[in-house]
Each structure stands twice: as structure tokens, then as C-alpha cells.
Design a protein around this ligand. Structure first.
Ligand SMILES: [Zn+2]
Ligand SMILES: [Zn+2]
Length: 368
């Protein structure tokens, strides 16, 4: 941990810098000075030092996510992979699980109620009463943010803030999808889109963290990255058609097929191939959000589903416990994101680069 991070300043300014979406619907952000809020009952004030920039932030800014119920408002502060120090406790937070000076994370789900049916089943990532950081709730592209004391995530001491930030969204999403696959150590799992933002984390977590045998599927240019991340086999999608790709997976897996396929890409094509990669009792996990026209999963024939007892599952982000587990893996060096640090003022440029598909790895903003 950097020395500057250990010296907690309890002097809280009246105003702080924030990056806001000034023209939602287009790629545009603006720096503004805003009032630093007082933490209310049950809340803490976090002095943020880092925030990852996620593809979902761009979807919120551009209003291009069909899933979101309302258009983003001008003045919204985005961001949902924030790391910082607790600098003030709201009334009633004095005896909670975090104390002044603790380093904590703020996630996509900024608040979960703890009382609805998903929460009661330990699925707080899909809480019915959720508040989303960076969409209607102020996000982490700012120097100070409020967060519920019982829903911030403690960050392991050995993990650098810039390495912790991407774990709060991309890391936990990849890990939760692998857990939902029900694959056990030693079993084969296909990661479709293995070289992408989620995929390259899923390969590392699956192979090194969960002892799964990973087959990565992606464009040939991603082969060395996917293998470095721990995949035992790599298949270049440009070298196969749907039939030969399924045959090759059967060959690699000793004739049976894979126990699970985790689709991390936005491609409808990847979903239509996936069921043919599975062995009996296998599970397809949907995690990549298809873009453009919405299509059903092709080849989901009831006869095959019945005869082979296949399962199709969806997976959103993970729950609080999974976040803690994936942060622990990151602290132990099992999973690492390729990150690049940028100043917060450069956020518009970062989004432009992302929209042009030129981004390598993940950008983490330095908010200090
Ligand atoms: Zn995200
Ligand atoms: Zn809930």
C-alpha cells in the first residue's frame, strides 16, 4: 500500500471534484466542483482514490443499454469500481463492520436491502430494491462518495487499490459465473470470449483459483494472452465452423464434451454454438450481454435438453461473499487485471478509446 493511502486526512473539504455525464446519449463528461455530502444514518463517507472504468459505464452514459428502465440524467456521476478510505461515519455507523480509515470498495450494486427474496437467498447482486452506483445513485468518478456502512467491501491489506478496483465488477462477475457453472476441480470448462475483459479474468480464476481445466475460445490474436492466463487449450474461432469447433472440443475433452460453457462475449453467435460443446448434465452460463438485436439461444432443443439433462443459467454480478473471495484471490496473486492508470480529467478520452474498441486491459482513474 502506498504511503499516501495510509495517512488518512480527516479534514473534509466543503467541495470536491466529480466527473459528470453532461450530455447523456453521447460520449461526453465534464469536471465539476460539487458539494461534499454529509453521511446520513447508516452511511459512511468514502474518500475515493481510484475507480475502474467499466464498459457498463459507457452503456449508462450513452443510454445504449436496453435493460435500464429510465434514461440517464444530465449531471449523473458514473463509476462503480471505487476504492478509498472511510473518512466519516454517519449516525449509527459507529459500531458497524467498518471504522474510520478502513480501505473499502464501492460496487455496481451500491445498496442492497437485505430483506427481499433474492437478498434472503444470498443473491444481493440482484436485490429487488437495489441502488446502482453511477446510475441514479452518485457513482465513483469523484473524490468523495457516500455508501452504506454495511454494504461497502473491505479491501485486503496486501492488494493495491488499482488492482482491487476491477475485481469489484469484472472480477466478481467472472467468478460468480464460474461458481454458477457447478463445474468441479479437474473438469473441463469452455470460456467463450476468453481474451476479453471478463474472459481473461474467468480463465485465471477458473484455472488457478478453482482448478478447472480451461479451453479458451476467441480470435487468434488473443491466443498468447489466454494461454498466459492459464488456459490448457485455445481454439481460434476463425479456424473452425460451428460443427468442427464442437468436434474439436469433444476431442480435447476425451470424447465427452465440456462440463460447462461460460459465454463472456456479447456475440449471439457464441450463444448459439455453446450447447453443442457440453457433455451430459452440462451447464451453459450466460454472462456476456448481447448487443444489438435480441435473439433467443439457438439450438436449445427440448429433446436435447431432456436427453442430455442440460442446464442454461444466467448470471449477473455476484454477491458480497463472492466479492470477498475474488479479492482474496487477487491479494494472493491468482488473478490480475491488466490496468492502466489515467487522471480523472481524461475520462472522455478513455470512453472514446473504449468505444472505438482500441482499449487494451482496463483503465483505472487516479482520483487524487
Ligand atoms: Zn462494471
Ligand atoms: Zn434486497
Amino acid at each position: 500500500m502506498a504511503a499516501s493511502e495510509t495517512q488518512v486526512s480527516f479534514e473534509i473539504p466543503k467541495k470536491h471534484k466529480a466527473m459528470v455525464y453532461d450530455k447523456p446519449g453521447s460520449i461526453s463528461t465534464k469536471i465539476e466542483e460539487i458539494e461534499t455530502p454529509e453521511p446520513g444514518p447508516g452511511d459512511v463517507l468514502v474518500k475515493l482514490t481510484h475507480s475502474g472504468v467499466c464498459h457498463s459505464d459507457m452503456g449508462v452514459m450513452e443510454n445504449s443499454w436496453v435493460l435500464l428502465p429510465f434514461p440517464t440524467q444530465a449531471g449523473q456521476i458514473g463509476g462503480h469500481e471505487g476504492i478509498g478510505l472511510v473518512v466519516k461515519l454517519g449516525p449509527g455507523s459507529e459500531h458497524g463492520r467498518v471504522k474510520l480509515g478502513d480501505r473499502v470498495g464501492i460496487k455496481w450494486i451500491a445498496y442492497a436491502c437485505g430483506a427481499c427474496l433474492p437478498c434472503l437467498e444470498g443473491k444481493d447482486g440482484v436485490c429487488f430494491n437495489q441502488k446502482i452506483s453511477g446510475y441514479y445513485y452518485p457513482g465513483t468518478f469523484q473524490q468523495y462518495a457516500l455508501a452504506p456502512a454495511n454494504y461497502v467491501t473491505p479491501i485486503p491489506e496486501d492488494l493495491k487499490s488499482e488492482d482491487a478496483a476491477p475485481m469489484l465488477c469484472a472480477g466478481v462477475t467472472s467468478y460468480s459465473a464460474l461458481r454458477k457453472s457447478s463445474a468441479k476441480s479437474g473438469q473441463w470448462v469452455v470460456i467463450a470470449g476468453a481474451g476479453g475483459g471478463l474472459g481473461h479474468l474467468a480463465v485465471q480464476i477458473g484455472s488457478r483459483g478453482m482448478a478447472l481445466r480451461i479451453i479458451g475460445v476467441d480470435h487468434g490474436s488473443k491466443e498468447s494472452l489466454v494461454k498466459e492466463c492459464g488456459a490448457e487449450a485455445f481454439l481460434d474461432i476463425n479456424k473452425f465452423d460451428d460443427t468442427t469447433l464442437a468436434e474439436e472440443i469433444k476431442n480435447i475433452t476425451g470424447g465427452l464434451g465440456a462440463s460447462a460453457v461460460v459465454v463472456c462475449t456479447a456475440s449471439n453467435g457464441a450463444y448459439s454454438q455453446a450447447l453443442s460443446f457440453l457433455r451430459f448434465g452440462g451447464t451453459l452460463v450466460c454472462v456476456g450481454m448481447p448487443e444489438g438485436e435480441s435473439k433467443p439461444i439457438a439450438n436449445a432443443y427440448p429433446a436435447a435438453m431432456v436427453g442430455q439433462e442440460l442446464t442454461i443459467k444466467g448470471s449477473a454480478v455476484g454477491n458480497q461473499r463472492e466479492v470477498l473471495e475474488v479479492l482474496d484471490m487477487a491479494a494472493r496473486g491468482i488473478v490480475k487485471t491488466r490496468t492502466r492508470i489515467e487522471k480523472m480529467e481524461n475520462l472522455t478520452e478513455v470512453f472514446k478509446e473504449m468505444s472505438e474498441g482500441k482499449m487494451q486491459g482496463r483503465v483505472v482513474l487516479d482520483l487524487r
